[in-house]
Design a protein. Structure first.
Length: 282
C-alpha cells in the first residue's frame, strides 16, 4: 500500500481545478522546459483500460487518478487560450469555433480570460443544429469580468464570418481561405493539416512543440525547409511576429491530443489547493 494519499478527480472537479490556473503561464512552462524535466517532480502513466491518468506528485507527495480524455481536452483549451493571447490584437474580439467540444464552459472561461475583449463566440457543430435547422438561441457564459455570448450557427461559414480568432477543433478541412477575415488568427487543434488552399492564406506558421514534428512526417510543417516559429518562445516576452496587422497567423497545435505531464501536474496541484478529489483505494 502507498503511504501517500490516493485521490481521484472527476471531470467536474478537473474543470474546477483548471479555472485556478493561468493558461498562458502553464503553456509557456510546459513548452519551454527541457524534455523530461518533470521527472524530478512527478511521474505519470496512462491506464488505457480505465481511460485514466495516474500521477504521482513528488512535491505534494500525493497520487492522483483523473479521466485521461478530460485532461487532454483541458490541455487543448489551455493551448488555444495561450495561442489567442499571443496573436489576437487587443480590442473587441469575436471568435468562430468549429467543433462543440472545444467550447465547454471551462474552455470558454480560459479563452475569455486570455482575451479580455472577447464579446462573442460563434460555434458550428454539425451534430447539433437548432430544431428548425437554424442556429440555436445564444447563451452567455461568464468567463472574466464580462459575459461572453455563445451562439450556435448552422454552417461553418457563418460561424467564421468576421471572426478575429478561428479555432478548429474537429475538422481542419471544412474551412475555405476566402471565409477568413483579414488578420485572422487560425488555431488548428485537430490532428489534421488545413487544406492547401487555406494554407496559401497564411503569412506566419507557428507550432506548439517542434519536437513533435518527427512524429508526424506527413504534416506540412514537418516538410518545410525553414522551421516554423515556436509558440513557447512568443508567450510573455512581448515578441512581435506579424509585420502587418492584416497578416494571417496559423498556430498548429501538434500536442493538442497528448497527455501533457507538466499540465496534469499543475492541474492536480490546483485541485489540491482547492480541496478537490476523493480518496480512493487504488
Amino acid at each position: 500500500m502507498s503511504p501517500f494519499p490516493r485521490l481521484r478527480l472527476t471531470t467536474g472537479e478537473a474543470e474546477s481545478a483548471v479555472r485556478g490556473l493561468d493558461a498562458v503561464d502553464v503553456v509557456r512552462e510546459a513548452l519551454t522546459m527541457p524534455s523530461g524535466a518533470t521527472g524530478d517532480e512527478s511521474v505519470m502513466r496512462f491506464d488505457g483500460a480505465a481511460d485514466e491518468l495516474l500521477l504521482y506528485d513528488r512535491v505534494t507527495r500525493q497520487e492522483w487518478r483523473l479521466p485521461a480524455s478530460t485532461a487532454v481536452r483541458l490541455w487543448r483549451a489551455c493551448l488555444c487560450a495561450a495561442a489567442a493571447r499571443a496573436f489576437v490584437a487587443p480590442g473587441v474580439i469575436t471568435a468562430g469555433v468549429i467543433g462543440a467540444d472545444a467550447m465547454d464552459s471551462a474552455s470558454l472561461v480560459l479563452l475569455s480570460r486570455a482575451l479580455p475583449g472577447l464579446s462573442h463566440v460563434a460555434l458550428y457543430d454539425d451534430g447539433a443544429p437548432g430544431q428548425d435547422g437554424g442556429p440555436r438561441p445564444p447563451r452567455t457564459v461568464r468567463g472574466g469580468d464580462d459575459e461572453v455570448a455563445l451562439a450556435l450557427m448552422r454552417s461553418a461559414r457563418e460561424a467564421l464570418l468576421g471572426a478575429d480568432l478561428v479555432v478548429l477543433a474537429s475538422n481542419a478541412t471544412c474551412v475555405a481561405g476566402e471565409w477568413l477575415a483579414r488578420g485572422t488568427v487560425l488555431v488548428n487543434a485537430t490532428a489534421q493539416d488545413v487544406t492547401d488552399e487555406l494554407h496559401k492564406e497564411v503569412a506566419h506558421l507557428v507550432v506548439d512543440d517542434p519536437r513533435l514534428l518527427s512524429l508526424a512526417p506527413d504534416r506540412r510543417a514537418a516538410r518545410m525547409a525553414e522551421p516554423p516559429t515556436r509558440l513557447g518562445q512568443l508567450l510573455g516576452v512581448g515578441a512581435v511576429l506579424r509585420r502587418h496587422r492584416d497578416d494571417t497567423v496559423l498556430v498548429d497545435l501538434y500536442g493538442a491530443g497528448l497527455h501533457q505531464q507538466w499540465f496534469v501536474t499543475r492541474l492536480c496541484r490546483s485541485a489540491h489547493v482547492r480541496g478537490l478529489g476523493r480518496r480512493c483505494g487504488r
